[in-house]
Every structure is written in structure tokens, then in C-alpha cells.
Write a new protein. Structure first.
Length: 82
């Protein structure tokens, strides 16, 4: 995935979550990607496009779809964020 596609992926996921009424959409998309890629936020933006494969992309879309139903993110990921 190139950098442009990566940023489009993030923006589209943010827009989907915002439409679902999730105020912290930007932060949640970052948290989901950090979780899936097992990286810190800085690594996400430095190397994210190179780290995403088809399996990860599929899991990302599944999590976004589930979160759009307003199911709590901490339940989806099995982790609590403060």
C-alpha cells in the first residue's frame, strides 16, 4: 500500500466512525491500527503503509464495521485505553 492509499484509508475510516456518532474517530482509528500492526503511533505514520498486508486490511475493515455499531472499542480489541 502506498502512502496516499494509507492516508485515504485512515480518512475514510474516520468519516465512517464520525457518521456513526463517534466523537473520537481519529484517535480510535489510530488505536485500531496501532493494535493491529503492534506499533506505537509514530511508527504508524512512519512505516504504516509498508506494514499493512491484505490480512491486516481485512481485520481493520471488520473492526471498523463492528465499531460503527457503537460496540465499545475496548470490547472489540480486548484492551482498555485511557
Amino acid at each position: 500500500m502506498d502512502e496516499r492509499q494509507f492516508h485515504r484509508l485512515i480518512k475514510e475510516a474516520e468519516a465512517d466512525l464520525k457518521k456513526a456518532g463517534i466523537d473520537s474517530a481519529t484517535a480510535e482509528v489510530e488505536i485500531i491500527l496501532e493494535y493491529l500492526l503492534e506499533v506505537e503511533r509514530i511508527e504508524l505514520y512512519l512505516h504504516g503503509p509498508q506494514l499493512i498486508d491484505d490480512n491486516t486490511l481485512g481485520r481493520f475493515h471488520e473492526i471498523i464495521e463492528r465499531r460503527r455499531t457503537r460496540y465499545p472499542l475496548q470490547y472489540i480489541l480486548g484492551e482498555m485505553y485511557c
